[in-house]
Design a protein around this ligand. Sequence first.
Ligand code: DX5
Ligand code: ZN
Length: 231
Amino acid sequence: MPRPRRAIRLAPSLLSADFGALGAAVEAAEKGGADAFHLDVMDGHFVPNLSFGPALVRAVRERTTLPLDIHLMIQDPEKYLPVFREAGGDTLVVHVESDVSMGRAIEAGHALGAQVGAALRPDTPIDRVLPWIDRLDQVLVMSVHPGFSGQKFLPDILPKMAEVDRRLDEIGSSADISADGGITATTAPEVVRAGATFLVCGNSAFAGGDVGANLASLRRALEEATHRAVR
Ligand code: DX5
Ligand code: ZN
């Protein structure tokens, strides 16, 4: 049974925003048509970069009512689920390659009233997520190696994304497929065709400083691609 389709949502990734004027960036993105925010938490261990923790999530929470999607690129995500939920995270996304017990994390996240996502690095096979697919609210398929924004999209992940889509369809799940890394006006239609419904955009949202114009051009690219497809 094909699953109920969700509208395509654009989630600016704050890693690419100006940290010196973060509040203004959040407000501009919300005004400019963002559907959610994506926040990349990195521990310098699971990925070779450090970003920010719950204090920043809390500060963002105070500036917007949009959903906050927390991408936990950390080795021990279970330990921090309550902290990021309490800071205002709506969706807590944990990597299957971390030290997590996915079953326990899903249970804990749901008990906290959060949605739970499982993330896959570009080279991680889909089997790592299949045992939990019926209990997840989101599957995040990384289209760059995690750690940094502004990298080039890896097209080899598209068949994997399409396979996740097929598996979700099979069970009638309404979970989001999140595409994260290198999403641009060119790659956005490609991931949507492969089943993505939640598009994380870092560089393509904030480059040049006009987040509203950037989000509008991403949406235009998606609309044009849809029109071409139905014609
Ligand atoms: C990378 C992060 C991404 C990043 C995306 O590890 O998970 O969310 O911010 O940035 P862009 O869209 O520039 O690739
Ligand atoms: Zn991310």
